[in-house]
Design a protein around this ligand. Structure first.
Ligand code: SAM
Ligand code: SF4
Length: 337
């Protein structure tokens, strides 16, 4: 099996299908100095599927489509159908802001999508609009329930918690999810990209999130799915479902990170905080065989040394502290959150 320098396999692939998005969440989206990837540089569905098949041969079992906002890519259900048909793929999922899910839940389900993550940081419509700069919470909830009525299961709700912004919304989100059979995934606010002005003080830690929830709804830890999932999972003691917390800042999981990322313009990126990726698109477009591409991916993965979140935590505890601006990173919309 393909392993990197820390003996981590390549088991998951996140594919950004577009860097474009109809929202402008401040914690994610760069406003200044961002040049959109040109249309002809974006991988076609055929190119994505061909690369996905090579990755599966190398050990990838799970693919998540993301972006940018994946549902702004026209006919995404056609890509879902192609990927669902790939032999050896055990799990295919999608992370979306939900704004276009109302109209797309049925075709996505028909194409073979079984589960989904929808990002909702607050249930207050005004705050939702402020956080996304333009989002309509009503439309997202419509999409969420359309996904439920199409039988997508599980449906997870991703919420990034930012101090002073939506830390007071944690219990509302938990109660909403419990009532409707969704599973919350709380995410520690991270210093992704180069423009979200992240400061450790604005991040609400996993411990704080769990304390808020546990005081009202006692929880029991059940661990990480497959031992390598980003989320540490919990079940409600009263049987009201489960939730997870992704604590890449306070409890990094680099030691077991089996994720590769494919940018919308066909670069393989080996860490969410990487400065650059490895161009696979040129290989695809210049006549390389699948075996050639497999060889290139093998060479990249076997040399992989990334452990950025571990290093960030060490820097945060050091005398100098951690300076996000010292590290140039690929924008999250490009490499897929
Ligand atoms: C980059 S988005 C792409 C998919 C889709 N547009 C969405 O919002 O779900 C994927 C996930 O990354 C999360 N995310 C974005 N910026 C983040 C940050 N600075 N820290 C933690 N999570 C972040 C989003 O909340 C979302 O759940
Ligand atoms: S988090 Fe998702 S919805 Fe928000 S700006 Fe980033 S890509 Fe768009």
């Amino acid at each position: 099996m393909l392993k990197d320098t820390y003996k981590r396999a390549l088991k998951d692939l996140r594919i950004s299908v577009t860097d474009r998005c109809n929202y402008r969440c401040a914690y994610c989206m760069p406003f200044d100095e961002y040049v959109w990837i040109e249309k002809q540089e974006i991988l076609s569905f055929e190119e994505i599927t061909r690369l996905a098949a090579v990755f599966i041969r190398l050990g990838v079992e799970k693919i998540r489509l993301t972006g940018g906002e994946p549902l702004v890519r026209k006919d995404l259900d056609k890509l879902i159908a192609k990927l669902s048909a790939l032999p050896g793929l055990k799990d295919l999922c999608l992370t979306t802001n939900g704004s276009l899910l109302g109209e797309q839940a049925a075709p996505l389900r028909a194409a073979g999508l079984k589960r989904i993550n929808v990002s909702i940081d607050t249930l207050d419509p005004d705050k939702f609009k402020r956080m996304t700069k333009r989002g309509d919470l009503g439309k997202v909830l419509e999409g969420l329930f359309a996904a439920k009525s199409q039988g997508l299961n599980p449906i997870k709700i991703n919420a990034v918690i930012e101090r002073g912004v939506n830390d007071g919304d944690i219990l509302d989100l938990v109660e909403f999810a419990r009532e409707h059979g969704f599973a919350m995934r709380f995410i520690e606010y991270m210093d992704v990209g180069n423009s979200n002005d992240w400061k450790s003080g604005t991040m609400v830690s996993k411990d704080e999130i769990l304390e808020t929830i546990g005081a009202r709804y006692p929880l029991r830890q059940t661990g990480r799915e497959g031992n390598s999932a980003p989320s540490v999972d919990y079940t409600f003691e009263d049987g009201g479902g489960d939730l997870g917390v992704i604590a890449s800042v306070t409890e990094p999981f680099c030691f077991n990170c089996t994720r590769g990322r494919l940018t919308a313009d066909g670069k393989l990126v080996t860490c969410l905080f990487s400065e650059d990726g490895h161009d696979l698109k040129s290989l695809l477009r210049n006549g390389a065989t699948d075996e050639d591409i497999e060889g290139v991916i093998r060479a990249i993965w076997t040399r992989r040394t990334d452990r950025y979140s571990d290093e960030r935590l060490a820097a945060m505890h050091s005398e100098q502290g951690y300076q996000p601006a010292d590290h140039k990173k690929i924008e999250m919309i490009r490499l897929g959150g």
